[in-house]
Unconditional design. Structure first.
Length: 137
């Protein structure tokens, strides 16, 4: 099994663990488990922001089981590898709230949780969105 973390990694280990930010991640996970935390009507709240991002065209959207807003988007220019990953995050950043998590879960698929935790600015009630972005060829 490959131990390298990137192409020229010779160290094979990092400088520490991620404990410093674990409480914030745990807080996000805790509010995600609250019934009713995912907001309604993503077509009104999210879609206009996604459609306004230069370099992308939203080609389909639908609300699927569990409140996941599935969005298919086509980039104006071909994207591969890390550039596709970074471009997907730039697109999703258009809907980012104080807490924002993105995970690439397939070659062309990204899952995103974004929301407001208790006490986050600008003082809205805690709520969030689940988005699955599928980059179309």
């Amino acid at each position: 099994m490959e131990q390298r973390r990137w192409d020229d990694d010779e160290r094979f280990t990092g400088v520490g663990d991620a404990s410093a930010m674990r409480p914030a991640v745990q807080d996000l996970a805790a509010v995600m488990a609250r019934d009713g935390w995912v907001t309604e009507d993503p077509d009104a709240h999210l879609l206009p922001h996604l459609r306004a991002v230069p370099g992308w065209r939203v080609v389909a959207e639908r609300l699927v089981e569990g409140g996941v807003y599935e969005v298919a988007a086509h980039p104006d220019e071909p994207l591969e590898g890390i550039e596709a990953h970074r471009a997907a995050i730039r697109l999703l950043a258009a809907i980012a709230e104080p807490s924002f998590f993105v995970r690439q879960c397939g070659p062309d698929t990204f899952e995103c949780v974004t929301g407001v935790l208790p006490g986050d600015p600008p003082g809205y009630a805690t709520h969030g969105h689940l988005v699955r972005l599928v980059i179309t060829p």
